[in-house]
Design a protein. Structure first.
Length: 189
């Protein structure tokens, strides 16, 4: 298992070792000791699983405010997505910057998204299944989102939305811009 740093050092791409033979393959998707060796100390307490039926579905940009902020370890178990992590920590040297990574059932990559970041993805295929671990339980009271197309952030969804209407939940359709949100993340050294 190895970690690949992105342009935002706290966001990591995780490439698990995959062992295959005539029967198929096997991989460890999470090992607390191995993740600690990679510098990831989050203690995961909940697993989530979503399915997006249609290509062009956008689930973004989501986070939970403090004190219920969540770190996430995300992967795609069917299909493919462009996964995005946005730094929402006021005062951070990478504030409002984002990282995007294609993750898929085929490439078996995972992305570690630390607390203080917004997260989202766009389905590149039909029938995407997306699985992720979080280090804090869901809290409706702290659940937040910002618009996936917030111009102050400028996420490039890979040109996938050019000329098409994204498939959004009502919550995502009505999400505020970052400047109008009550996001309470502060950068700490």
């Amino acid at each position: 298992m190895r970690a690949i740093k992105t342009k935002i050092p706290e966001v990591l791409i995780i490439e698990p070792d995959c062992y295959g033979d005539h029967r198929g393959w096997f991989m460890e998707t999470y090992s607390e000791p191995k993740f600690k060796e990679l510098g990831i100390t989050a203690h995961f307490v909940q697993d989530n699983h979503s399915m997006s039926a249609k290509k062009g579905t956008v689930r973004a940009i989501h986070f939970q405010n403090n004190p219920m902020a969540q770190a996430k370890l995300v992967r795609c178990t069917n299909g493919a997505v462009i996964d995005v992590a946005v730094d929402l920590r006021k005062g951070s040297p990478t504030y409002k910057q984002w990282v995007s990574v294609e993750i898929s059932a085929e490439n078996k990559r995972q992305v570690y998204v630390p607390r203080g970041f917004g997260h989202g993805f766009i389905a590149l295929t039909d029938n995407v299944e997306f699985v992720y671990k979080v280090d804090n339980v869901y809290s409706k009271e702290h659940d937040r989102g910002i618009r996936f197309d917030d111009p102050s952030i400028g996420v490039d969804w890979g040109g996938l939305l050019d000329g098409i209407e994204p498939i959004l939940s009502e919550k995502d359709r009505n999400a505020p811009l970052l400047e109008n949100s009550d996001c309470n993340f502060i950068y700490e050294v």
